[in-house]
Design a protein around this ligand. Structure first.
Ligand code: UD1
Length: 336
């Protein structure tokens, strides 16, 4: 492909793995990040892994002047838009920031892309847009009923992007709904680096097994699942990154906006994840049961058939690989 691929939020957890997958495929990523929730230290690591300098521009995705300069200075062929605020609890307390960055940021980016004549966009959405699923597995045509601020900002950004493609058939957009990304690059040079105590299960298991983070509080033992704990569709971040690459290729020929679930298509309970993680790290994870977390659901997992059919993509790495790579990253320091 001629031109560079802009990865907004490219210093973040998903974005950095996406940038690496692009470089591995012989494409040229350029990162836009404001480092508000990521580290500059990821950049030299990406360049070392890629064997060439991975370029970056430091700016907020809402900064249209900075975006205009970027599109003026670099030949951009397509954009992968990962920049955004995430975190379900955080969204509830900071709705203005979440709407501004997640929806306003997407609008600012689209405005400047339109001016520059760049019309291919891959958008980081989330399975959170579905809310409580009515049936399993969850297909892309399931109703979108997010039950929190974070999910509503993702749904709104999706709606906006669909409106763009309706008004102007030049736009080609893939909406990627991530299930539960986890794990790290097998080199253990890039990975998820949450600040403080992680909220998500796998990074929390890494910290607990690493020591100093107490025990795992399992949110509920009475869910209507086989062992009573919550079931989720965990997806290796490397598989997720490859899904973005497949989506970029898909947009070369596909008009309109298309949503894709990126997930493994099956679920694992919290206890199954804990056991897999214990096997990967060779340590026992101390745990206890506590009441359910507000907003949690019993069980959800993807129907990834559309991604398989249209993107020729499917997850290739299993839960053991997720745990092994996450633990290797933790042993290497688990951060930047
Ligand atoms: C969470 C977000 C979701 C987001 C996803 C990104 C919520 C309600 N949802 O999903 O919007 O897209 O992260 O990865 O926050 N668990 C425990 N103890 C813990 C932590 C988690 O038992 O300390 C359980 C949870 O109840 C759940 C499973 O582990 O059953 C996974 O939790 P988590 O990693 O937070 O992901 P989700 O809640 O699925």
């Amino acid at each position: 492909m001629d031109g560079k691929i802009l990865v907004t939020g490219g210093a973040g957890y998903v974005g950095s793995h996406v940038a690496m997958a692009l470089a591995d495929a012989g494409l040229v990523p350029i990162i836009l990040d404001d480092f508000s929730s990521s580290s500059r230290a990821v950049l030299p690591r990406l360049s070392a892994l890629a064997g060439r300098t991975v370029e970056h521009v430091e700016a907020d995705v809402r900064d249209t002047a900075a975006l205009r300069k970027l599109f003026h200075d670099h030949p951009i062929a397509a954009v992968i838009h990962c920049a955004g605020l995430k975190g379900v609890g955080d969204g509830e307390t900071r709705p203005l920031a979440f709407w501004d960055v997640n929806v306003g940021g997407t609008m600012a980016l689209a405005e400047v892309m339109g001016e520059a004549g760049v019309a291919r966009l891959v958008f980081s959405s989330s399975a959170t847009v579905y809310g409580q699923p009515e049936s399993l597995p969850v297909g892309e045509d399931a109703p979108l009923k997010p039950n929190g601020v974070y999910g509503r900002t993702k749904r709104a950004a999706e709606d906006f992007l669909r409106d763009l493609t309706r008004a102007n058939p030049n736009w080609r957009i893939a909406l990627l709904r991530y299930f539960n990304p986890a794990g790290a690059h097998p080199s253990a040079r890039i990975g998820e680096a949450p600040l403080g105590r992680p909220d998500n299960l796998v990074p929390l298991l890494c910290r607990i097994a690493g020591g100093g983070f107490g025990e795992l509080a399992i949110f509920g033992s009475d869910w209507p699942t086989e062992d009573g704990t919550g079931v989720r569709d965990y997806l290796h971040v490397q598989d997720l990154a490859e899904g973005h690459l497949a989506a970029i290729r898909f947009l070369a020929t596909a008009p309109g906006a298309t949503a894709f679930n990126l997930g493994m298509g099956r679920g694992w309970s919290v206890l199954e994840v804990v056991r897999a993680f214990e096997a990967a790290c060779g340590r026992r994870i101390a745990r206890s049961f506590v009441p359910r977390r507000p907003g949690d659901v019993a069980c959800y997992y993807a129907d990834p058939a559309r991604a398989e059919a249209l993107l020729a993509w499917r997850a290739r790495r299993d839960l053991d690989a997720i745990c092994a790579d996450a633990w290797r990253w933790q042993l290497a320091g688990g951060g930047y």
